[in-house]
Design a protein around this ligand. Structure first.
Ligand SMILES: *[C@@H]1O[C@H](CO)[C@@H](O)[C@H](O)[C@H]1NC(C)=O
Ligand SMILES: *[C@@H]1O[C@H](CO)[C@@H](O)[C@H](O)[C@H]1NC(C)=O
Ligand SMILES: *[C@@H]1O[C@H](CO)[C@@H](O)[C@H](O)[C@H]1NC(C)=O
Ligand SMILES: *[C@@H]1O[C@H](CO)[C@@H](O)[C@H](O)[C@H]1NC(C)=O
Ligand SMILES: *[C@@H]1O[C@H](CO)[C@@H](O)[C@H](O)[C@H]1NC(C)=O
Length: 353
């Protein structure tokens, strides 16, 4: 038994990671299709106006697999963890590839001993840190896309119980939400997701900066409703951590990151905000719509039962209008929000039954 464990340990630690067919690109625009309105996030001191401030340290990696561009990573060669991975969610396939599938990025290297990135052996530890995906396997649309997520440039040292626990819940929750609400002009599921890691104060094996927080935000257009939706989440990378639901606007104040362009990506209620109240078909949802361009927050509460929904609370809070933007919204706007809430609630009750 002991010997078997030892062999497994040796196998895990010394198996070389195979390279992936990715490409380090100078400019994110050489790897298009992963940002809302073709606008990359703004990250204080790192990525400003679409330009990397320190090009020696930070690299854009166009993550390619099977001759297809899969997602885009901004990688920190000093900390040896990604800053973020950006991808387009288009629906997901179940399953998880197994075996020795973790890859490294050959173009970050000048020599055979990887100095600019993490390798599998750097992740060997008995402190419970795993290779936590930013672009998760569970959000990938097909098998090759799944394989493409297993690159160490898409991973951070993540506390195992957080990775398989609360953060896995965030991945499920956003998947559910996007599958039900992100419908593009072709009637297909489509959402833009950016998932990132905040560096911390410790290093794993004296090499990889251990992430203190993980965050994720998605944004999409629902063509049936003619509205944009967005939600952000974050959690501390510690045992017994929990996730918090946030808005991408709050991400700016909390992390100094402007993830999506203004005038896109309004917040709305999230997919699994329902609670059972009595019988199986009763659903209680609090729905919130934030209309970013005119800064209104609407809150609706209600429940649905066999195809009918009732609201007993509607609040509208008006915040400062954006410059040059009219904040006046008529009854049409309110009734359209009510209709969206109604359909959202119905969606939930259908999910439940
Ligand atoms: C990146 O590409 C964009 C659009 O092609 C361009 O405006 C920008 O100057 C480029 N940035 C750098 C650092 O080359
Ligand atoms: C840019 O990053 C490199 C590598 O991490 C570092 O040696 C250098 O001092 C940085 N330059 C600036 C201006 O911060
Ligand atoms: C990938 O593309 C290159 C050049 O376009 C081509 O030579 C190669 O055969 C392709 N490989 C696969 C697996 O399709
Ligand atoms: C809609 O999303 C699909 C992916 O699910 C994509 O292939 C298609 O180009 C998108 N259509 C439009 C009009 O954006
Ligand atoms: C991790 O990275 C952050 C941001 O670059 C830095 O402030 C911190 O000192 C790093 N921690 C360690 C232990 O290297």
């Amino acid at each position: 038994m002991k010997i078997e464990k030892m062999l497994l340990f040796l196998l895990l630690v010394f198996l070389p990671a195979v390279p992936i067919e990715t490409e380090v690109v100078r400019n994110w625009s050489d790897c298009p299709g992963f940002f809302v309105n073709q606008k990359p996030p703004e990250i204080s001191n790192i990525l400003v106006g679409g330009n990397i401030l320190n090009q020696t340290r930070y690299k854009f990696i166009c993550q390619t697999f099977g001759n297809m561009t899969r997602f885009l990573t901004l990688y920190d060669t000093k900390n040896k963890i990604p800053v973020f991975s950006a991808y387009r969610f288009t629906g997901a396939q179940p399953g998880r590839p197994t075996g020795d599938i973790w890859k490294i990025e050959p173009q970050l290297q000048k020599s055979d001993t990887p100095k600019n990135q993490a390798t599998n052996s750097d992740y060997s530890n008995d402190q419970g840190y795993q290779r936590g995906h930013l672009y998760p396997n569970s959000h990938a649309p097909d098998w090759d896309a799944k394989l493409s997520t297993f690159t160490l440039t898409n991973a951070v040292p993540q506390v195992g119980t957080f990775n398989g626990g609360k953060w896995a819940q965030v991945e499920k929750r956003t998947k559910c939400y996007m599958e039900n609400n992100c419908i593009n002009a072709s009637g297909k599921i489509e959402a833009f997701v950016v998932t990132g890691a905040e560096p911390g104060n410790e290093r794993l094996n004296n090499k990889i900066n251990i992430t203190s927080k993980m965050w994720s935000a998605f944004c999409c257009h629902n063509s049936r409703e003619g509205v944009w939706y967005s939600k952000a989440y974050w959690g501390d990378n510690v045992p017994n951590s929990n996730w918090r639901e946030s808005s991408y606007k709050e991400m700016k104040t909390k992390f100094g990151i402007k993830i999506f362009p203004v005038n896109f990506c309004f917040s709305s209620s999230s997919c699994l905000d329902w609670r059972e109240i009595g019988g199986r078909t009763h659903v209680l949802v609090s729905a919130e719509f934030t209309h970013e361009s005119s800064r209104w927050i609407h809150k609706f509460k209600g429940f649905c039962h066999v195809g009918l929904c009732w609201f007993w609370k509607v609040t509208a809070q008006k915040l400062d209008p954006l410059e040059g933007e009219s904040s006046v919204r008529g009854a049409d706007y309110i009734s359209s929000l009510k209709r969206q809430t109604h359909e959202l609630l119905l969606g939930h009750s259908r999910l439940k039954t």
